[in-house]
Design a protein around this ligand. Structure first.
Ligand code: NBG
Length: 807
């Protein structure tokens, strides 16, 4: 949009007066935030209405991205950026004596996700709007986002994150679009006179799903898409009295019902088998589909054409019940026959798998499922029966094979199998991950449905992760290669030609230094630790999980510590190791690793013999906002998961785009980062995929042998248990046990040697400033393909079959 400074000032003053009966000069920064936020919403609303109308009027096929998590991050800055008025607003505010930065800092970061999966959904939303793809998000409006993490005495403490305590300026409650979702009761098929069967569902509990819509503003285009998050509420029983409901029962129900949209499950890989989680899943899926079908009918299209107008994307298995739910709506409510309903459902649905970690592949006990969702269970039963017929025709009498692939088997409903059978497309999130799905985890399904499988490597929005997070680098890019990269991120490759340019190298180095200084100030303020901005900032930030191997990193630091103590003149470049990670509250081992890192930090940071050669910082409460501060200040990007375990990773792409050099195993999208930057510009170590698979398949790994034969490993591990590191009696023992007695499931010790060498190599590269800066520039300029704009275009053409309305 176009607005002058003067006009904005007038609007802002007027808005402030209206909202708070206050003049700008007497306002608090809190008031300024809400004034600006509500004003932005007004600015956005016209384009929003226009976009929605345009989609309906021209019968555009729309994508609905169903996800149990959306980790959006703060919206004020990104909305201002995408509207194209951030500079104007910033200048105008400055004229009024206000600071945009301070105002932006008032916004609460809505943590409606755990990690990569939720953040990917948010990047996709930004990219769909910015690429002119008619795309909507559909999810849950959790009252409490992911817990706030405090570190107390080295331990993680979890506090509730009440992000809605103030108004959320971005959402619009749409009570008139509320729908009802049914749980429990009895469901059966009643024979009718003509011999056909009629589905009956009685004695159910009804929950009102109320949508809250948030605008998703495209970057300097005319598109404003919608994110719809559902809130669970008690229906108004006076409209619809069911049986013997009485007041007390209503109150009791209220607690139970409202809990559906109360908390986000703080776990992205272990699934918690509680009923509430399945309730959440059905809740937002049913509400979303009901509103999609209603809208489709409103616009006058026939339901038999639904799949030509609607694509529903199932983000991991959490929304898998979308498949039977759409069947239910089409059959029970719209009177369609099975065959047609199935054809439409399969052609509407597509599914992304985000992990091969088996504990995250959802399956539900039949009893639990049937009790909570009796009608849906009947439909899945029929889907399974028909699927088994297909399998029989293929595998004949091979019952084992049939059971292995069935949807309902062994007392469970398997959601991934349901997704694959019920969708027309199944994709992995990086080349290696997709290959592993095809050759290992989902091999049988790949043999059955080879045409459904495809790869869509993840991406990140360069608007948030470069333009907003790193304005200085963005300006340098504009000055050197012009600003076309902002719209076409692949143009970042134009920057490559400056890789040997001493002046540009110096500038890139200086920008990194400035960002490091800012982070150092933050660290000092938060942790009271003084870090040297001239030291190497080596950064490991992501969810805490054993397979991500924060432990390997920490053990290496401990090793370096021993080296220094043994040889006081030990040569090394000063290093600042930065960690940030939340551990799922029930994930005991992950929490022990946090304690270990903090104990190590406490000891090393305060040991005068180290002479500041090593500093360790654990920043609490990792979030999108914190990531935006850390990543632009990073030099070494730790991507050291056990090969085969990280489906893709996305922070690896963010670091690269900000000029950090990746220290990586050949896992997930690291493989593709290597393809883009080439061997000289990345440091690779560790076991190959083949070695890992071979060990998992055939055994033969013995971590104790390494402990006994490698003196460095022995020294490090012994110091976990012999009191050398203070304050980790329990944790030290447990980590030792995990690595030695339980044979080190994630090959930490197996990769130790090559990790030490890789760290050394990084340091040598860093010493040579010309080489390092060149590497940094190579990374920045090769990162464009990892923009999620590129990814969503591939989804649009390869999976959703949606038109790109504008670019
Ligand atoms: C995560 C993977 C990451 C991947 C993101 C986004 C889950 C279940 N999976 O490797 O662990 O980058 O999904 O695809 O959160």
């Amino acid at each position: 949009m176009i607005i002058t400074k003067e006009q904005f000032k007038k609007d802002f003053e007027k808005k402030m007066l209206k909202l708070y009966a206050q003049e700008v000069e007497d306002s608090t920064v809190h008031m300024q935030y809400f004034t600006l936020g509500y004003l932005m919403k007004e600015y956005i609303s016209e384009g929003w209405a226009r976009t929605t109308n345009r989609y309906t009027k021209y019968g555009e096929k729309q994508v609905y991205y169903f996800s149990i998590e959306f980790l959006l991050g703060r919206l004020l800055a990104s909305n201002l950026l995408n509207l194209g008025i951030r500079n104007t607003v910033s200048d105008a505010l400055k004229d009024m004596g206000l600071s945009l930065k301070e105002i932006e800092d008032v916004e609460v970061d809505p943590g409606l996700g755990n990690g990569g999966l939720g953040r990917l959904a948010a990047c996709f939303m930004d990219s769909m709007a910015s690429s002119g793809i008619p795309g909507n998000g559909n999810g849950i409006r959790y009252k409490y986002g992911l817990f706030q993490q405090k570190i107390v005495d080295g331990y993680q403490v979890e506090l509730p994150e009440n992000w809605l305590r103030d108004d959320n300026v971005w959402e619009i409650r749409k009570s008139d679009k509320a729908v009802k979702v049914r749980f429990y009761g009895d469901a059966w098929m009643k024979p009718k006179e003509d011999g056909s069967l009629e589905p009956i569902h009685t004695d159910f509990q009804e929950v009102l799903a109320v949508p809250y819509d948030t605008a998703l503003v495209g970057y300097e285009n005319k598109t404003v898409n919608t994110l719809r998050l559902w809130n669970a509420e008690v229906p108004n029983y006076t409209d619809d009295i069911q049986g013997e409901l009485n007041f007390n029962k209503v109150l009791l129900n209220k607690r139970e019902i409202e809990s559906i949209s109360e908390v986000l499950y703080p776990d992205d890989s272990h699934h918690d088998g509680r009923v509430l989680r399945l309730k959440q899943e059905y809740f937002f899926v049913s509400a979303g589909l009901q509103s999609i079908v209603a809208q489709h009918k409103d616009s006058g299209h026939s339901l038999s054409e639904l799949h030509n107008y609607v694509a529903v994307h199932i983000n991991d298995t959490h929304p898998a019940v979308a498949i039977p739910e759409l069947m239910r709506i089409l059959m029970d409510e719209e009177g369609m026959e099975w065959a047609e309903a199935w054809h439409i459902t399969q052609n509407t649905m597509s599914y992304t798998n985000h992990t091969i970690m088996s504990e995250a592949l959802e399956k539900w006990q039949i009893d639990l499922f049937k009790e909570l969702l009796p009608r849906i269970y009947l439909i899945i039963g029929e889907i399974d029966r028909r699927f088994r017929e297909i399998l029989s025709s293929k595998f004949g009498e091979d019952q084992n094979q049939i059971e292995k692939m069935a949807i309902i088997s062994g007392g469970y409903v398997r959601m991934a199998h349901l997704c694959i059978h019920g969708s027309h497309s199944v994709n992995g999130v990086a080349k290696l991950h997709t290959e592993l799905l095809k050759s290992q985890e989902l091999r049988d399904f790949y043999m059955l449905y080879p045409y459904k499988f495809n790869n869509k490597t993840n991406g990140i929005t360069h608007r948030r992760w470069l333009m907003l997070a790193n304005p200085e680098l963005s300006n340098l890019l504009d000055e050197t290669i012009g600003n076309s990269w902002r719209r076409n991120p692949q143009d970042l490759k134009l920057f490559k030609k400056y890789k040997r340019d001493p002046e540009i190298q110096k500038k890139v180095e200086q920008i990194k230094k400035n960002n490091k200084e800012k982070l150092a100030a933050y660290i000092k303020e938060k942790n009271g630790i003084i870090v040297d901005p001239n030291s190497i900032f080596d950064v490991h930030v992501k969810r805490l999980h054993a397979y991500k191997r924060q432990l390997l990193n920490a053990l290496h630091i401990l090793h370096q510590y021993h080296e220094i103590l043994e040889n006081p003149n030990f040569e090394m470049l000063p290093k600042t190791y930065i960690f940030a990670a939340k551990a799922a509250p029930g994930y005991y081992f992950a929490k022990e690793i946090i304690k270990f890192i903090n104990a190590l930090a406490e000891q090393i940071n305060n040991d005068p013999r180290v002479k500041d050669r090593i500093k360790i910082v654990f920043l609490e409460n990792y979030s999108v906002t914190l990531a935006e501060q850390i990543i632009p200040a990073s030099e070494v990007s730790e991507q050291i998961s056990t090969t085969t375990k990280e489906a893709s990773g996305t922070s690896n792409m963010k670091f690269m785009m900000n000029g950090a050099v990746t220290l990586a195993t050949l896992d997930g999208a690291n493989v593709e980062i290597l393809e883009e930057v080439g061997h000289p510009n990345i440091v690779i170590f560790g076991m190959t995929e083949k070695e890992v698979l071979n060990y998992y398949r055939n055994g033969g790994y013995n971590s104790r042998e390494i402990y006994e034969s490698d003196a460095r490993v022995k020294r490090v591990l012994d110091s976990l248990t012999n009191g050398f590191i203070k304050g980790i009696q329990v944790e030290g023992q447990d980590i030792f046990k995990n690595l030695i007695d339980y044979n080190d499931e994630f090959f930490v010790l197996k990769d130790f040697d090559s990790y030490v060498a890789a760290q050394k190599k990084m340091e040598d590269l860093y010493r040579d400033r010309f080489t390092w800066n060149k590497m940094s520039i190579e990374n920045i300029s090769s990162s464009g393909v990892f923009s999620s704009d590129v990814t969503v275009m591939q989804y649009a053409s390869g999976i959703w079959d949606t038109r790109i309305i504008e670019r």
